[in-house]
Design a protein around this ligand. Structure first.
Ligand code: FAD
Length: 466
């Protein structure tokens, strides 16, 4: 039944479930709740609710389940795939008011939080307790941990600590029919049957609503040794990663690669003085965080010296202050300048096996040059974790909808056995390309799971799977 024909009783019950201060009717929903950071625009929602506890989330879902009303879970709306945009006639279920840090247990190195807690608050609270919460990404000030878990976010530190999945010990989830599934495990080891939480991590709000989480903390970090290096060719990139991991005993915390086109664009766009000459084919930002950065400096320098002596790198500069560390990172974060200077653009988030990244980028570049001569592109990425980002544009003169550019890129990614989504998820935006990275059998299994968890298909309908 379309939501606009829903009886008044439904809205009264919904308002009662969350309290009137946490309920907004369709005509009172703020514009900011209608989209995320993607270009996707969804349908018109019928209400927005901001429950304050799990019992209220459960009551909302039970009611919507009874009335066949779609529900779209919303976190900080920083998603880049359109996963949280409203479905037609949906109730928007925002976790924003469930934002408590419930507990920090330093003797077990864990933290218990509500799903609506902003990532940066979690990072700060861990830091204040002498610990480190290892998830970090550019949207840290607005994204919520529930959104991070639902997208299995990646970010800058995956090479050392893994994806969000690796930082979650336990979860509390509410099913589409309102049943609460408690899985608030606090132990790194627990093999008492299948670990169900993994089904919800990365499910983009299609299997259940995450309400609470137990997070893993790491030993505190006091600073970093950071360098910007120039490389002569892609083979040197894989050699440098292995060399650095070996010499630093696996303590590399970031390896961010920038092709020359990206480096030039960010230097031009931001007007900053280039830390290294602008004519090398490749640049990498290497970072080793630790509890004693000064004590670890000689090992870091020795690693770079040997890399230079064995011609793996062509040049390097090591940050001498916190300010210089920020300057190096601003090169990598300068992608936002590129995005706005070159709008409208298409932004890709793909992955291929690390050893094949160089060939894959060469092939994509050649294919785009042939099909769209003069289309500007820049390549960069979290190459240490097999992730490449590509920004193409302005596209309006070449392929205004971007679909042909997308097809050209994803066809190549498919031949490399790569993924159309390394870390941002599928949402609405990448749905047409999902079959390029998942087999028919995988897709059928995903549909089976969806039918089992949400037989009425009310949770985030139309997202991820067709
Ligand atoms: P939303 O955008 O609100 O929602 C994302 C998805 O999760 C939707 O499908 C939604 O329905 C679902 N969802 C949200 N909360 C819940 C919940 N409690 N229960 C169930 N489902 C829920 N991503 C990376 O992986 N790595 C990066 O390096 C990175 N950098 C970014 C930099 C910038 C500047 C920006 C704007 C985005 C970046 N992102 C990155 C993308 C985005 O920040 C992540 O996908 C983030 O995890 C989304 O969190 P959110 O709270 O904003 O979720």
């Amino acid at each position: 039944m379309p939501a606009r024909f829903l009886p008044k009783d439904f809205y009264h019950a919904l308002e009662e479930a969350v309290g009137s201060a946490n309920f907004r009717h369709a005509d009172n929903i703020p514009q900011s709740a209608l989209g995320d950071w993607s270009t996707e625009r969804g349908g018109t929602p019928c209400a927005l609710v901001t429950p304050r506890d799990t019992a209220a989330v459960s009551a909302v879902l039970r009611l919507c389940h009874q009335h066949h009303v779609p529900v779209v879970p919303q976190g900080g709306l920083s998603g880049l795939a359109g996963g949280a945009v409203p479905s037609e006639g949906s109730v928007l279920l925002s976790l924003a008011r469930m934002d408590q840090i419930e507990e920090i247990d330093t003797s077990s190195s864990l933290m218990v939080v509500e799903a609506g807690c902003i990532l940066q608050r979690i990072q700060d609270a861990a830091q204040n307790a002498g610990y480190y919460f290892a998830l970090d990404l550019g949207a840290r000030g607005s994204c919520q941990i529930g959104g991070n878990i639902s997208t299995n976010a990646g970010g800058n530190r995956v090479i050392r600590y893994g994806m969000t999945r690796d930082l979650v010990l336990g979860l509390e989830v509410v099913f589409a029919d309102g049943t609460i599934l408690p899985m608030m495990n606090r132990m790194p080891k627990n093999n008492a049957a299948l670990d169900l939480k993994h089904l919800f991590i990365g499910s983009e709000g299609t299997l259940g609503v995450i309400t609470r989480a137990v997070l893993k903390l790491h030993p505190g970090v006091c600073g970093a040794n950071t360098a910007l290096v120039a490389l002569p060719e892609f083979d040197s990139v894989t050699r440098l990663i292995s060399h650095a991991q070996f010499m630093l005993s696996g303590r590399l915390t970031a390896f961010e690669l920038m092709w020359n086109d990206y480096y030039q664009a960010v230097i031009d766009g931001t007007g900053q003085k280039p830390p290294l000459a602008t004519d090398y084919p490749l640049y990498a930002l290497i970072d080793m965080q630790g509890a004693d950065p000064d004590g670890e400096r000689s090992a870091f320098e020795a690693m770079l010296e040997t890399a230079f002596e064995t011609s793996i790198i062509s040049d390097a500069t090591i940050a001498q202050s916190h300010r210089e560390i920020e300057t190096f990172w601003s090169l990598r974060d300068g992608v936002s300048e590129i995005l706005s200077l070159r709008a409208p653009v298409i932004s890709f988030d793909v992955s291929v096996p690390r050893s094949r990244i160089g060939d894959c980028v060469d092939e994509i570049r050649a294919a785009l040059t042939q099909a769209f001569p003069k289309l500007p592109t820049v390549f960069f990425g979290h190459a240490g974790d097999s992730n490449i980002h590509l920004v193409a544009g302005p596209i309006d003169q070449f392929d205004p909808t971007g679909k042909n550019i997308e097809r050209a890129v994803y066809e190549i990614i498919r031949t490399y056995g790569g993924s159309v989504s390394a870390e941002h998820g599928i949402g609405l935006h990448k749905k047409p390309w999902l079959s390029y990275s998942r087999s028919e059998t995988e897709l059928a299994t995903l549909r089976l799971l969806k039918r089992s968890f949400d037989p009425k298909e009310i949770l985030n309908p139309g997202k991820v799977l067709s």
